[in-house]
Design a protein. Structure first.
Length: 459
């Protein structure tokens, strides 16, 4: 990485206050590389580097920084510098910054904006949290269908500088309703006297401003676009969403799902910087729920107390058999949750997944059952109490593992479907939760099989 390689030289220039040389060097860097450099610098040097950047490069670099670094810089700069940055930022990136800041601080920054930019910022922040309206930018190119290609190109030359992207232009009617989108390539390659209406096919996709941001992710994946138009309930074109913002949403959603699968409430801040008490609170919620739920395991063991007292040898294999149910259930839940997240399966596919998991559970249970039987045979040399009935105990372990793994895969794969049907997040069916549920049922299956196989011998 460029910033890593040149870090000693950059730090030396800062220490010697050779800022003109530093400015000349950084002017040739990309905003992403400068952002990486700023993050790695000591706090007192971040603002020095940022202030030597040309205005346009400073704004582009600021948009590449993480929220914590942006906040640091804002607090270190004067009002004029902050106003310049915020006014030049793209509206969607500015909205993302303002919605993360404390309300009173965000309001103060909004007052630093120009009248036009303040109106844009307040409009975008007025849309519901996690809606497409918070992602969109009003900077786009819209043309009329009765324009010629020559008129369109001339309009783009005059007005395209501030557009978020020029890959796609949008066609609107006299009332501003979206009627089509056209790739810029088609416009450039067409004769100047050709009409925009001749390039239209009226086949386009659009997002509603009130759509959930996850819908935007799905639509971008489906149509493989770099930008999608945003319309209101009346079909009026009011903005566009670009793929860079949607990728951020996809990353956030994936991170949140992974955290939930691990049995942690979603973190609103990066893992290295979240306050320790917030981290403990997020983790303690699920740990407490799972700890209380384990009382069911104790109840199950108490229910089979007589059997355990008659055949203490059965307790040797309790960890062996019940952990397999939790592991298989966690596997199935994780696979199903991820498949749902990427759109590979929907609610209607539950029976297909059920059939597949029944088959998988039987096969996996059979594999583990055979291994379990062999382990019982081996342990006869360690625990002599097993030796007189090792075959029956081995059969018990074999069939228990089949039943437990089968139940684990079925419950692990179906719980996400049930939660989604109820309107909850499927990721809530975390691996620890599945494991806890399978511990209880695993004990019931294990001792039920033992009663059938060992009745009249050990029991």
């Amino acid at each position: 990485m460029l910033s890593k390689l040149l870090m000693p030289e950059i730090e030396s220039l800062i220490a010697e206050r050779k800022l003109s040389i530093l400015k000349e060097i950084l002017s040739d860097w990309t905003p992403a590389d400068i952002a990486d450099l700023i993050v790695d610098l000591p706090e007192q040097d971040k603002v020095i580097v940022f202030r030597v950047l040309p205005a346009d490069l400073a704004t582009d670099t600021f948009e590449h920084l993480e929220f914590d670094t942006q906040e640091e810089l804002l607090k270190a700069m004067g009002n004029e510098e902050v106003a310049s940055i915020l006014n030049d930022m793209s509206p969607d990136d500015r909205t993302a910054l303002l919605e993360e800041l404390p309300g009173t601080y965000a309001k103060r920054l909004i007052q630093l904006l120009s009248a036009d930019e303040r109106k844009v910022a307040q409009t975008l922040l007025g849309y519901p949290e996690n809606s497409v309206g918070r992602l969109m930018t009003p900077d786009y190119i819209a043309v009329k269908q009765d324009w010629s290609v020559g008129d369109t190109l001339e309009f783009i030359r005059k007005n395209g500088e501030d557009s978020e992207t020029l890959n796609v232009i949008y066609v609107v009617d006299g009332k501003g309703r979206l009627i089509d989108d056209i790739r810029i390539r088609e416009v450039i390659l067409s004769p100047l006297d050709k009409m925009i209406s001749d390039l239209m096919d009226e086949n386009f996709s659009a997002l509603n401003v009130h759509d959930d941001q996850e819908n935007a992710v799905e639509l971008f994946k489906k149509y493989d676009r770099v930008a999608l138009p945003v319309i209101d309930n009346y079909g009026i074109l009011i903005g566009i969403v670009t793929v860079d913002d949607v990728l951020d949403v996809a990353e956030e959603e994936a991170t949140e799902d992974i955290q939930k699968i691990a049995g942690v409430s979603a973190l609103e801040e990066p893992f290295p910087t979240i306050p320790i008490f917030s981290m403990v609170r997020k983790r303690a919620i699920w740990l407490t729920i799972l700890f209380v739920a384990q009382i069911l395991t104790a109840i199950a063991m108490g229910f089979f107390g007589d059997e355990i007292s008659k055949a203490v040898v059965l307790s040797i294999f309790i960890p062996l058999v019940i952990s397999s149910g939790g592991n298989s259930g966690s596997q199935a839940a994780t696979l199903v949750i991820r498949a749902m997240a990427v759109g590979e399966i929907v609610l209607a596919d539950w029976w297909l997944i059920m059939r597949r998991e029944i088959l998988s559970g039987l096969m996996l249970g059979g594999i583990l059952g055979v291994i379990g039987f062999v382990q019982v045979a081996i342990l006869t040399n360690v625990f002599h109490v097993i030796s007189s009935h090792w075959v029956l105990i081995g059969i018990t372990v074999f069939f228990s593992l089949i039943g437990i793994v089968l139940w684990g895969t079925i419950s692990g794969s179906m719980l996400p479907f049930i939660l989604k049907k109820l309107g909850a997040d499927p990721a809530t069916s975390s691996a620890p939760l599945i494991a806890t549920l399978c511990d209880v049922t695993g004990l019931v299956i294990y001792f039920s099989v033992a009663l059938l196989v060992l009745s009249g011998t050990l029991l």
